[in-house]
Design a protein around this ligand. Structure first.
Ligand SMILES: [Zn+2]
Length: 291
């Protein structure tokens, strides 16, 4: 314990914050909420030190309850030893506040805008093999954001389903600070960074969308599909049902760029081919039914 010096700053060093987030499953240890504060389990005035094991995560409500005495210290310690999100292997769903009759998503300087045209208008700015990685639904004054982020081994690790955000506890780091959600694969390695600008805008300028052996790299001024070195720069999609469509799509949707036969990265290629075969087989069954 010699190396632990008494510390006069209440600011917790960033590496310690990250260690606490990882240990607590990126959410309040009691309820899993992705908005939280760092809470010293020992009284700060007494210990005056920052040790990851002595710090936990509490959301506003549970922090207030603890400070006010309604939530006993022992309950916090118990939750700290078995955090909510780690038990569930997912964060508690959090509702994003999107609304309005129009929506805008900016991805690497390309814009995708959509206005409510009645009957639940839908748009898929990026879709791979029939899976919209980003989808917008506009209905009755509501803007519903849908998004899924896959990791390198094709596991979905972050979802937004009709504005409800939740994530797996598997990634190296996930952080929602202000309006910015950042998922990191490793130190200094961002998988994706999403800036929510409610009521009706989302901006993604850094990261990678991965699915079935396709890699879509997002940079501040363009999108690069690394499989075939296709670059999208300054594209604007307005009121169309699709944007960038890669791979096989059973339901024909119009987009400004449709890339059917994109070669896949090894390892996932088999999955993609299997998927395409299954879809084609289903199509054949459906069309022979209708004949
Ligand atoms: Zn809580």
């Amino acid at each position: 314990m010699d190396e632990i010096k008494e510390c006069n700053s209440r600011n917790i060093p960033l590496p310690i914050q990250r260690e606490v987030r990882q240990r607590c499953g990126f959410g309040c240890v009691i309820c899993g909420m992705p908005l939280y504060e760092y809470e010293h389990m020992e009284e700060w005035a007494q210990v005056k030190r920052h040790i990851a094991e002595e710090i936990t995560l509490l959301c506003d409500q549970h922090h207030r309850e603890k400070t006010g005495g309604l939530l006993p210290k022992e309950a916090v310690r118990e939750a700290n030893s078995s955090p909510f999100n780690l038990k569930e292997n997912a964060s508690k769903p959090y509702d994003l506040h999107f609304s309005g009759k129009q929506a805008c998503v900016e991805i690497g300087g390309n814009s995708f805008t959509c206005e409510d045209q009645g009957y639940g208008t839908a748009m898929a700015p990026i879709s791979v093999d029939g899976t919209p990685l980003i989808g917008l639904i506009l209905a009755d004054g509501h803007f519903l954001l849908n998004l899924v982020v896959f990791d390198e081994v094709n596991n979905p690790i972050l979802h937004i389903k009709n504005n409800q955000l939740f994530y797996s506890t598997e990634p190296w780091d996930i952080q929602l600070v202000g309006t910015t959600l950042t998922v990191r694969e490793a130190h200094r390695k961002i998988l994706i960074e999403i800036d929510f600008q409610p009521p009706n805008k989302v901006v993604i300028n850094r990261g990678r969308f991965l699915h079935n052996g396709v890699e879509i790299l997002v940079r501040p001024t363009n999108i690069l599909i690394t499989n075939n070195a296709t670059v999208l720069q300054g594209c604007h999609a307005h009121n169309c049902s699709g944007g960038l469509l890669i791979g096989y799509h059973k339901h024909q949707i119009g987009g400004f760029m449709a890339l059917g036969g994109v070669s896949r990265y090894l390892g996932d290629r088999k999955e993609a081919l299997k998927f395409e075969k299954e879809c084609l087989a289903k199509d054949r069954v459906l069309s022979s039914d209708s004949n």
